[in-house]
Ligand binder design. Structure first.
Ligand code: UDX
Length: 457
């Protein structure tokens, strides 16, 4: 886009999202909140999984960074290799762009600061070398960042890699976590690769100008305090970011939403439907897929289920056996991608069976929808610990080894019928109130965001 005279004298923020849906969403939400507070916005993104220009405000500047990533690596589940390759390949082109932006500040707006996902450790250091303030965005929780900080000592003390024998050991250094809640990498090679990635991430953050976290001091106050005590940097808890901006200003889905499920929800009774989704990244095996489907069918509850392409390992699309289809009939609606926030907001939706991705969790809290937790990897087990045992706004699907349909049904009954479910719903109403308050004018997240906008980091 050509430089505009309206940018003259304006402060500009350069944002660098990691190209995964669960990272793009919070970064674009941050962009929208900074934009609404007067900053001009440039989004720098790698070629892989670029955001759709047409869905973003016309005055955002979008810049593509050549990333040299092969389609095989982009599609692989080896996230550590993908992130290392991005950092290696994108650092120099990012530096060239930033140096050019600094030369053109007169007409394009002064570069106030750069915000890069914590995983973008190389661009964070390039910005620092060019004398530009660069902040890291932690798109997940503060508790998850504490795991990042503690990873070397947890490995040293033998908690990691996680083993069957220590699964149920409490991690005294990191309450409320048990070993099973830490990153569930069980083989040494992948553990070492992941530890190396986290070491780079933490070093990048330590050398940055500050850490922005997609959380609120009102729900993770102690965790933020602890981060403060471990890193000598300004920390801005400005979330949940989707509540800091109107959703219509952020359209960041990489997949096409099937909006027909909203019409279907209109035909359902209030507070009756279970929404089921495992986010954008994790996969499940065919056995888990079928047991889950049977559990939903046997529960007799209406449901909307997101079965996105490649959700089931090795299958591009997943259809249910005829017998199951017949049993479900029109009681269940399967879509390949949903307008999730609108679904959660719909009055027919009563509960969310979720993998506990941080975005899904905070989106559920903001709509006051209690959760049934089936965490699978990464930060999800830790977030489920907070949902079920700290905030107590959800129940777990209790799984021994392989998921069984009865376990799904039991969890649905616990949450959607009876006294336990009523108590969970009441606590969820209270928690929703807390996040609404902290993201409203004068709330802790609102104040932290303004502190970020006004700061000369
Ligand atoms: C992953 C991790 O699980 C997450 O915890 C981490 O913080 C980021 O990377 P993902 O698995 O995709 O993310 O889950 P989640 O964090 O919940 O993000 C998914 C996003 O996709 C949410 O914003 C959700 O609203 C959106 N979504 C999901 C849709 O818009 N439609 C869908 O059908 C499903």
């Amino acid at each position: 886009m050509a430089p505009s005279s309206t940018n003259r004298g304006r402060r500009r923020v350069l944002l660098l999202p990691l190209p995964y849906q669960g990272h793009i969403n919070p970064m674009l939400r941050l962009a929208a909140t900074l934009h609404s507070r007067g900053l001009a916005v440039t989004i720098l993104h790698p070629e892989t999984r670029a955001p759709d220009r047409r869905k973003l405000p016309a005055d955002y500047r979008l810049v593509t960074i050549p990333d040299g990533i092969s389609p095989e690596l982009a599609a692989s589940e080896d996230i550590a290799s993908f992130v290392f390759a991005l950092n290696k390949n994108c650092a120099a082109p990012f530096g060239d762009y930033l140096a050019g932006a600094l030369r053109k500040e007169e007409e394009d707006g002064r570069v106030a600061f750069v915000v890069a996902d914590v995983d973008w450790f190389a661009p964070l250091s390039v910005a620092r070398e060019l004398g530009v303030a660069a902040l890291a965005l932690m798109t997940s929780s503060a508790a998850r960042f504490l795991v990042y900080l503690a990873y070397p000592s947890l490995s040293h003390k033998g908690y990691l890699p996680v083993q069957d024998s220590n699964f149920n050991t409490a991690v005294e250094e990191l309450p409320p976590f048990f070993v099973r809640d830490l990153h569930r990498v069980m083989d040494m090679t992948r553990h070492l690769a992941y530890a190396d990635l986290l070491a780079h991430i933490v070093a990048g953050v330590r050398q940055s100008s500050g850490l922005i976290i997609n959380t609120s001091g009102d729900i993770e106050g102690m965790e933020i305090e602890r981060i403060h005590s471990e890193i000598a940097l300004p920390v801005f808890a400005v979330g949940p970011l989707h509540m800091m901006t109107s959703s219509s200003s952020v359209e960041s889905s990489l997949l096409t939403e099937d909006r027909s499920c909203l019409d279907w929800l209109d035909t359902q009774r209030p507070n009756s439907v279970l929404y089921v989704s495992f986010g954008s990244l994790v996969g499940i095996d065919t056995d888990e897929f079928l047991e889950l489907a049977w559990g939903l069918a046997d529960s007799q509850r209406p449901f909307v289920w997101v079965v996105r392409p490649r959700l089931v390992h090795g299958c591009k699309s997943s259809t249910l056996p005829d017998e199951l289809q017949e049993k479900i009939g029109n009681r269940g609606r399967i879509v390949s991608w949903a307008p999730q926030q609108e679904v959660l907001r719909h009055p027919s939706v009563a509960a969310f069976l979720t993998h506990c991705g941080w975005n899904s969790t905070t989106e559920s809290i903001s709509e006051g929808v209690p959760m049934i937790c089936r965490p699978l990897s990464g930060d999800q087990m830790g977030t489920a610990r907070y949902v079920c045992d700290v905030w107590k706004v959800g129940v777990r699907v209790e799984v021994e080894n392989q998921l069984k349909r009865e376990q799904v049904q039991t969890a649905i009954t616990r949450l959607m019928d009876g006294k336990e479910g009523e108590e969970v719903r009441e606590r969820m109403r209270d928690l929703r109130h807390v996040v609404v308050k902290c993201t409203s004018e004068g709330g802790t997240s609102d104040v932290a965001l303004q502190r970020l906008v006004d700061s000369n980091v």
